[in-house]
Each structure stands twice: as C-alpha cells, then as structure tokens.
Design a protein around this ligand. Structure first.
Ligand code: PMP
Length: 375
C-alpha cells in the first residue's frame, strides 16, 4: 500500500509518546504567552499591523513572482537597506523565511570541494543547508572554537564555519569572537544565524555579530529571521555586498522562491523603525529572561543561564515535560515544550521566551504557575 510504511512510524511515535499535534490559537486567547518568539512584543503592535496593512494595500496580497522577475518591490529594497544599516553590514537580501535564508547562505557559500564546519547544536535549517550544499560537512563539538579550528586546519580549499549565535534549544550563546579568530587563522568564512540575537543582543538590539565586533567584516555573513523580535515573517542574509550579489545569482531559495509578501516586509520595516525609536525594548527582553531564570532556579528548578531571551528549564522525562506544559496551559500559561526528536541530547525541557512587554505581575504569575505545576 502506498505510504503504508508511515503507519509503523506513527505507531512507534504513539508508543514513545512523541506524537506532535497542532493546536490552533484563538485570536482572543487569554493565555499568558511565554511560548512565542515575539521577544519585543511587536507582532500585534498597532504600528507593525498598520505597516503590514499599508504594504498590502500598496503592493497587494503577495509579491506576485520570484525576486528576479516581479517579486522585488521598492519596499523590499527599503527593508534591505535599513536592515543592513541597523545591523552594521554592507548589504542585505530578504527571503520568504529565515529557513530559506539559511539554506541560501550555506548552500551558496559551500561549493563543490569546500568544507563546512557545523556546530553540533545548530538549528535544523542550518543542518539542512549543510545537507543540500555541494561541499562536505564536519560537525564540530558544541560551542567549541578549538574543534572548529582543528577541522579547518585539515582542509585545503574554500571553507566556512556555521553556527547559531544563540542556540534555540538552551538559549546559550556561541563564542563568536573566538569562532571568527579560528576562521581567520585558516582563511575560512564565518556564517552565523542570528535568529535569536537580532532585537535582543548588541547595542539597541543590533544583534550578536554587532555585539562581537564582527558586523561588516568581509569574512562574516549573518542570517536573521523577521519572525521573532520583528514580529513579522521572513528572513534575511546580511554580509559584504559581493557575497549578497553572489546569493542573488546563485542561491536557489532566492532564485526559485516567490519573494517575501509585501505585508511581511511592511510589518518588519515598521518593527525595525519602532525598535530604533524604542531601543530599550531590546535590553528589557534580556532582563526579563534573566529575572525568570533567577526566580525559577531559586525555586530549585534547573534552568540554563540565558544569554538572550530564551530560558530553558529541564524536565525529568519527555512525558513529564508534556504534562508540565499541559498543566501550565490549564493554569493559563502558554510555554514551549522541547523533547526528542527535536532535542539532540535527549533532554526534555520547558522552553520559555521572555518578552519585553511582560509586566512584573505577569512575570510573578508565570513563575508561580511553573513552580506549582512542576513534576
Ligand atoms: N534559525 C533559528 C535558530 C530558528 O530558531 C529559526 C526559527 N525556528 C529559524 C532559523 C527559521 O526561521 P523562520 O522561522 O523565519 O523560517
């Protein structure tokens, strides 16, 4: 029978309690949100919503074609210019998602015969970029610049090291300056995914590469998503103009994908301008994360010290993690739940995301619910 084999996979998933389900969110939900990636609380900000609406009215519901045909509007150009300028890079190129941006950066910068050194904790989209690239991949130990240097030292030819700036599972930061130094020693490029850093790290939220003094370097490329701190949808690659020009000509997820929807570009641009006007939002997201961490560890819970806005709390087992998240939900608190196979180390966690717009009372309530529902 066609697809018969998937039934066995489904059976194993049920047996292991690993079935994923969708739970559509109601517009008027009363849940306190510590699960979304809306770090700066901008997704529903009136200016961001109006930015989307205005763009849709001006440019229509979709980009109408790929970027190289009809899908590049003046709005896309404006967003690229302001994003590059804000993050401190020479140029930027926007994509329909951060996922597509990561596939583009890795595949286009790792030609046949090249080496990719990829951190063991990297996001799935970087891993998929490595799988699609013509170059070969070596996985380096997590956050280990010496391991990256060692892998690069054995290779002759083009090479890149690839790393998240903030790892999405535990919220820990990569040692970017040391990684860049290792790359420079061997003439390799550094590609970093700043999905969780933009809007939270660096001066006024300019991102982790900016904070590490790497923005604008001719051997550093950063990717970002527009779907977390900027409250929109889409992604971008930032880097030297010659790299961005190369992507326009060589990155398949740029060339063969419909351009970013104008509404998403308009929302992201409005959010970026808001962040420039209200830069305190960036610091506040980090401060809320640190407060959540210290109050949860004071309750005896095991949590990873957050480097950005993600707070990861250990759960004893996948089943208890799922139950814990469900109990939080029943008490009015929405939290993320990470468990195998989404986590590489088999450790299940609650994943909390700090938001700049959480009030003191909301933080109190979140801590209380998590403490009271602990397994
Ligand atoms: N990189 C990281 C580290 C992420 O967490 C995500 C989103 N989960 C992505 C890339 C993909 O971005 P997008 O959702 O915009 O496709």
């Amino acid at each position: 029978m066609a697809f018969g084999w998937i039934d066995e996979q489904a059976r194993l998933r049920r047996r292991d309690g690993l079935v994923r389900t969708l739970r559509p969110r109601a517009a008027d939900t009363a849940l306190l949100d510590l699960a979304s990636n809306d770090y700066l609380g901008l997704a529903r900000h009136p200016e961001v919503v109006e930015g989307a609406a205005r763009a849709a009215r001006t440019w229509g519901g979709g980009a109408t074609g790929s970027r190289l045909v009809t899908g590049s509007t003046e709005l896309h150009a404006e967003l690229e210019e302001e994003l590059a300028e804000f993050c401190g890079f020479e140029a930027a190129l926007v994509f329909s998602s951060g996922y597509a941006a990561n596939l583009a950066a890795v595949t286009a910068l790792a030609p046949h015969g090249s080496l990719i050194v990829s951190d063991a904790g990297n996001h799935a989209s970087l891993i998929d970029g490595c799988r699609l690239a013509r170059g070969s991949t070596q996985v380096a130990a997590h956050a280990d610049p010496d391991a990256v240097g060692k892998a690069l030292s054995g290779h002759d030819g083009p090479a890149i090291a690839v790393s998240d700036t903030v790892f999405s599972v535990d919220g820990d930061a990569a040692p970017l300056a040391a990684l860049a130094a290792a790359c420079r020693e061997y003439g390799a490029g550094l590609v970093v995914d700043d999905a969780h850093g933009l809007g939270v790290l660096g001066r006024d939220g300019r991102g982790a590469p900016h904070a590490a003094g790497l923005a604008g370097a001719d051997d550093v490329v950063a990717t970002v998503t527009l779907s977390k701190s900027l409250g929109s949808q889409g992604g971008a690659v930032l880097g030297p103009a010659r790299v961005i020009g190369h992507l326009v000509n060589a990155a398949r997820t740029f060339i063969f994908d419909t351009g970013l929807a104008p509404a998403a570009a308009g929302a992201a641009l409005a959010a970026l301008r808001l962040l420039r006007r209200e830069p305190e939002r960036a610091a506040r997201a980090g401060a809320v994360a640190r407060e959540l961490h210290s109050r949860l560890t004071a309750l005896g819970l095991e949590a990873v010290r957050p480097d950005a806005a993600v707070v990861s709390v250990r759960a004893p087992s996948p089943e208890q993690a799922v139950q814990w998240a469900a109990d939080c939900r029943a008490a009015g608190l929405s939290v993320g739940c990470f468990r195998p196979p989404s986590v590489p180390d088999g450790i299940s966690r609650l994943r909390l995301t700090a938001r700049a717009d959480l009030s003191g009372a909301e933080i109190d309530r979140a801590v209380q619910v998590i403490g009271e529902t602990r397994p």
